[in-house]
Design a protein around this ligand. Structure first.
Ligand SMILES: *[C@@H]1O[C@H](CO)[C@@H](O)[C@H](O)[C@H]1NC(C)=O
Ligand SMILES: *[C@@H]1O[C@H](CO)[C@@H](O)[C@H](O)[C@H]1NC(C)=O
Ligand SMILES: *[C@@H]1O[C@H](CO)[C@@H](O)[C@H](O)[C@H]1NC(C)=O
Ligand SMILES: *[C@@H]1O[C@H](CO)[C@@H](O)[C@H](O)[C@H]1NC(C)=O
Ligand SMILES: *[C@@H]1O[C@H](CO)[C@@H](O)[C@H](O)[C@H]1NC(C)=O
Ligand SMILES: *[C@@H]1O[C@H](CO)[C@@H](O)[C@H](O)[C@H]1NC(C)=O
Ligand SMILES: *[C@@H]1O[C@H](CO)[C@@H](O)[C@H](O)[C@H]1NC(C)=O
Length: 664
């Protein structure tokens, strides 16, 4: 078995008794990944010796360590072996040791000479590699096992499962450095129950564990939704659900050390006087401690009350960067550091004195508000923090200069990949599907989960940046706030947006809402699947716009035709689902478009049946294109590595300012 690809592998585990039979040894559920890209070692090499050293450490474990082991062998980097072993949170040391023992023999047979290997079995997981793996969250390569039997009452079951998994992942993630594990069961109607278990390696942070489990939960959608049981296995975490009980009571963790004041007085043999003295002393000490605590509490509270307003000020100041520092960081805004020129101004790469890389946006136009107002808005936008949003780190004000400082995202923007003949191959379906999921979560956060409701108004492929792990991060949100104060919904005469992505009601009447973002999101999904820009889709000879082409193929039952030919190996089910969702998002009637919360649900749960889309809005295509083609051409010079280019602004050449074209 030499599977190095991170592709999801579906394996069937048949209808088996799920009651935990702890005597099962090297079990039929054993899964492995022999990672071929990490290379091989040779027989009798130092690497092999180090690996054997790891194995013998693991087979002679004396401490239980709550089922988590972090081992390494070898001094030279080239031959060093690092290993992580994790046992399920509900099994004891005996079972854990024998599981690891069996896993070692399995892996010796299944992945000989591979330097990097992962093995998952019923009760434990073992991985080793010639690189640092401790403290790294890794959610691929993974695999998935399913019970092929369909569950009864799938909708109800999935609803309960969804709640259960969400609650368990928060519990597991909050589990602390010894163990991150949770298991529970919820009723499904009157007669059914769903049982689930989630676990991360405890070297992860709470957030990393949560992310890993979220990703694993999404794996269910592509694997075993609607089935009676499922296991999603990842290098850093795993989850499992069944329709019958399979887990035990968790092995207890040590209780926190008792505080000295609450320890019982020693003795029992001593005479009465000693006992009385002890009681009196203890009471006096207790009362003193109580009084002291109350005093401290009052003082702390007072100080806090006094600091209340100052805190905010301190926070705003801490976001302010010194202009001289930024100038040095960007090499005096040199052309060599320039990442791009957008409507709001140029963007430069910079390196702060502490080594951190940043992207600096030098606003070229008057933001239309005073300094204090600008600061307040930066403070608000900086609080929007999400894995799928580019983080605003701060700002800088100096004379007429206004700068925004963002985290630097290394892999440029999505359009540089999906629209590039060569680079598109780097984004296989699994990656693109994850990117769609990430954009969905980022946008949902902006629309519903953050304290402010933010409408992006210019979501498009060039505003989705990719980090080193190809995690998508939405850029340029909140720009409307930073420029003109805006309601979250309403009419505006100032339209920022990009041709082809704009909802008709926004482009024509300036009406924006979360649903106009949903429209842009729909266009973006279709672009990601087809690898075609929204306005230059070539179907054989004819040039059509993407939406009408997608719609025609959908109606004729040939939707698979629009899929990017480089996505040969992806799940057709997932792709069809995404095309379906994309078409629902670009419906002409605002009310027919789903919200982002519904989109998440649709993506995660394949058992939800979706409404049928009707013909999408093609307004731009039909009546305007001929008049405006020269000024509205999609930015054709987007080949430089420049992630902030083609910004939302009426003034730049490649954007539309429909205000002039469609006076209200
Ligand atoms: C590594 O070893 C395995 C089995 O021994 C073999 O199938 C594989 O091709 C080897 N890979 C490389 C890169 O040599
Ligand atoms: C490795 O060592 C064993 C025992 O010392 C020997 O039999 C075998 O031939 C060696 N293999 C290689 C490739 O050197
Ligand atoms: C785990 O291993 C890493 C790398 O060897 C080491 O830095 C770290 O201190 C270890 N942590 C524990 C808890 O053993
Ligand atoms: C070994 O790796 C560590 C960290 O991965 C690095 O700091 C160190 O310089 C490396 N040593 C050599 C000799 O390459
Ligand atoms: C460990 O668990 C197994 C299965 O529950 C049980 O048979 C065994 O007695 C336990 N061992 C110890 C030492 O508790
Ligand atoms: C692990 O396996 C070795 C032999 O491969 C055996 O001697 C040892 O007792 C086993 N340990 C456990 C805990 O099963
Ligand atoms: C799951 O978590 C949610 C939100 O925290 C809570 O409202 C709900 O009661 C939990 N469900 C159960 C059964 O505990």
């Amino acid at each position: 078995m030499a599977i190095g690809s991170p592709r999801l592998l579906l394996l069937f585990y048949s209808v088996l008794p799920f009651l935990a039979t702890l005597t099962l040894a090297a079990d039929q559920y054993f899964q492995d990944r022999c990672i071929s890209t990490a290379g091989n070692y040779t027989a009798n090499s130092t690497y092999q010796a180090n690996l054997n050293n790891i194995f013998s450490q693991l087979t002679s474990l004396t401490e239980f360590n709550y089922g988590f082991y972090n081992l390494s062998a070898g001094d030279e980097n080239a031959t060093k072996v690092n290993a992580i072993a994790l046992c399920r949170g509900d099994i004891n040391q005996t079972v854990c040791n024998s599981c690891l023992n069996d896993t070692i023999s399995e892996l010796r047979q299944r992945c000989p000479f591979y330097k990097e290997v992962i093995g998952w079995s019923e009760y434990c997981m073992l991985r080793y590699a010639n690189r640092d793996i401790f403290g790294e969250m890794e959610d691929s390569p993974g695999t998935c096992l399913l019970n092929t039997q369909d569950v009864a009452n799938a909708d109800q079951f999935n609803q309960a499962l969804d709640n259960l998994l969400n609650n368990l992942s928060s519990l597991a993630a909050a589990g602390g450095p010894l163990r991150k594990y949770a298991a529970d069961n919820y009723p499904v109607g009157a007669f059914q129950t769903v049982y689930a278990q989630e676990q991360c390696t405890p070297d992860l942070s709470e957030q990393e564990c949560g992310n890993c489990l979220t990703e694993a939960k999404q794996g269910i959608g592509g694997c075993c939704l609607g089935k009676m049981g499922c296991r999603v296995l990842r290098p850093s975490c795993f989850l499992r659900f069944e329709s019958s009980s399979f887990y035990q009571t968790p092995i207890p963790l040590p209780s926190p050390p008792p505080s000295p004041t609450s320890s019982p007085p020693p003795g029992g043999n001593g005479n009465n006087t000693t006992r009385i003295v002890i009681i009196v002393v203890a009471s006096v000490v207790g009362v003193l401690i109580l009084i002291t605590s109350i005093c401290i509490f009052w003082r702390v509270r007072k100080t806090h009350e006094k600091l209340g307003t100052d805190d905010e000020v301190i926070r705003a100041e801490s976001l302010q960067f010194d202009f001289a520092t930024v100038r040095v960081a960007t090499n005096n805004f040199s052309d060599a550091n320039k990442l791009g020129q957008g409507g709001f101004g140029a963007v430069y790469k910079g390196r702060l004195p502490n080594g951190q890389e940043v992207a600096v946006k030098r606003l070229s136009m008057n933001s239309g508000q005073g300094d204090q107002e600008f600061k307040n808005e930066v403070l608000l936008v900086a609080q929007l923090q999400h894995r799928n949003l580019v983080r605003l780190l701060g700002f800088c004000l100096e004379g007429h200069e206004k700068l925004l400082i963002y985290e630097f995202v290394p892999n440029t923007s999505l359009d540089h990949f999906i629209f590039d003949q060569v680079k598109r191959a780097q984004l296989d379906w699994e990656r693109r599907y994850k990117i769609i999921g990430g954009i969905t979560r980022g946008l949902l956060y902006l629309h519903e989960d953050s304290r402010l409701r933010i409408i992006h108004r210019d979501l498009k492929a060039s505003n989705v940046l990719l980090d080193a792990d190809m995690v998508p991060k939405i850029a340029d949100f909140g720009m409307a706030r930073l420029f003109v104060r805006d309601e979250t919904q309403g009419n505006t005469s100032r339209i920022v947006g990009t041709y082809g992505y704009m909802a008709p009601e926004y482009a024509m009447h300036g009406q924006f809402s979360v649903k106009s973002d949903v429209f842009s999101f729909g266009v973006l999904i279709l672009e990601i699947i087809s690898g075609q820009k929204n306005n230059c889709f070539r179907n054989g000879e004819t040039v059509e716009d993407l939406l009408s082409c997608a719609w025609k193929n959908w109606r004729e039952g040939t939707a698979l035709n629009i899929i990017d030919p480089t996505l040969r190996d992806g799940s057709r089910n997932e792709m069809m689902r995404c095309i379906h969702i994309g078409l629902l998002c670009v419906q002409e009637k605002v009310a027919d478009r789903p919200t982002m919360a519904t989109v998440i649900l649709m993506l995660n749960s394949f058992s939800i049946s979706l409404p049928l889309p009707s013909q999408p809005a093609f307004f731009m295509h039909s009546n305007i294109e001929s008049d405006m083609s020269s000024s509205l051409g999609y930015n054709s010079q987007m080949t430089e590595s420049n992630e902030f280019k083609s910004e939302a602004l009426p003034l730049s050449t490649n954007e539309v300012s429909i205000t002039e074209l469609y006076p209200r």
